[in-house]
Design a binder for this molecule. Structure first.
Ligand code: SAM
Length: 223
C-alpha cells in the first residue's frame, strides 16, 4: 500500500465522523438518531467513494442527516475530511461492505438512498447495487415509500435497473436518460441536487458519457 493511502487509512481511525464496521457477531446496530442527537430524516449514499453527494447534500440541508458508505477507506477519507473542514455535524461515513449494510441500520430508519455512479459489474449482475438481492437488503431499513435515487453514466446499469423496476413492479418516479438535457422535467430541489458532481461523474462526463437519473420506491411486499 502506498504512503498516502496508508496515511488516510490511519487518519480515518481518529476521525470521529467515520465508523469502521467491525465484522464481529456481537455488533449492535447503530442508533443513528442518538449519534446525531436528533430525529431528522436520514439519507444514505451507498458506494459513496469520496462522498461528494453526502457532503454536498449535508451542506444544503442542515435539517437532514447523511451517511456515506463505502469499502474504500482512502476515498472516504476525502469526504470525512471535507465534512470536518466545513464543520458539518450532519454527515457521517461508514466503512463497510454494502453486502452487510443491514447490520448498520435499524428497520424503518432510512428515508432515502442515493446510488451514485455504482459499479456496473458487467459480469456479476447480483453484485450490482440495484439488483434484487441488494434491494431486499435496503427494504429492511428503508421507510415505506422511501426514495431510491440512481445517477449513473452506465447504459448497462441503467437499463438493468429499469428492467428490475418493471419486472418487480417497483414504483417509478422519474426516468431521465439524459438528465442535463432534460433537467426541466425535475422539480427545482432535484435540479439543484443534480448540480453536485462526483469524482466519477466528472471523469465519465469528460469522456463524453451522457448522465442518467432515475428515482423509484419499493413495494411493501419486498420486506
Ligand atoms: C465507481 S465508484 C463511484 C464512487 C462515487 N460514488 C463517485 O461517483 O465518484 C463505486 C464505489 O462503490 C464502492 N463499492 C462498490 N461495491 C461495493 C460494496 N459491495 N461494498 C462497499 N463499497 C462498494 C467502491 O469501493 C467505489 O468507491
Amino acid at each position: 500500500m502506498g504512503k498516502e493511502k496508508l496515511m488516510r487509512f490511519k487518519a480515518i481511525k481518529d476521525f470521529n465522523n467515520v465508523t469502521e464496521f467491525q465484522f464481529k457477531a456481537e455488533n449492535n446496530i447503530p442508533i443513528w438518531k442518538d449519534y446525531f442527537g436528533n430525529d431528522h430524516p436520514l439519507i444514505v449514499e451507498l458506494g459513496c467513494g469520496k462522498g461528494e453527494y453526502s457532503v454536498g447534500l449535508a451542506k444544503r440541508y442542515a435539517e437532514k442527516n447523511f451517511i456515506g458508505a463505502d469499502l474504500k477507506g482512502n476515498r472516504i477519507f476525502i469526504g470525512a475530511r471535507d465534512a470536518i473542514l466545513n464543520s458539518l455535524n450532519n454527515v457521517h461515513f461508514l466503512r463497510t461492505r454494502i453486502d452487510f449494510i443491514t447490520d448498520s441500520f435499524t428497520p424503518n430508519s432510512v428515508d432515502e438512498i442515493w446510488l451514485t455512479f455504482s459499479d456496473p459489474q458487467p459480469k456479476k449482475p447480483n453484485k450490482r447495487l440495484s439488483s434484487r438481492v441488494f434491494l431486499e437488503r435496503y427494504a429492511q431499513f428503508l421507510k415505506p415509500n422511501g426514495k431510491i435515487h440512481m445517477k449513473t453514466d452506465s447504459d448497462l446499469l441503467f437499463e438493468y435497473t429499469l428492467e428490475q423496476i418493471n419486472k418487480y413492479g417497483y414504483n417509478m418516479h422519474y426516468v431521465l436518460w439524459d438528465v442535463y438535457g432534460n433537467i426541466e422535467q425535475l422539480p427545482q430541489t432535484l435540479q439543484d441536487e443534480m448540480s453536485i458532481k462526483t469524482h466519477y461523474e466528472k471523469l465519465f462526463s469528460s469522456r463524453g458519457s451522457t448522465i442518467k437519473y432515475c428515482q423509484f420506491s419499493l413495494p411493501d411486499n419486498l420486506k
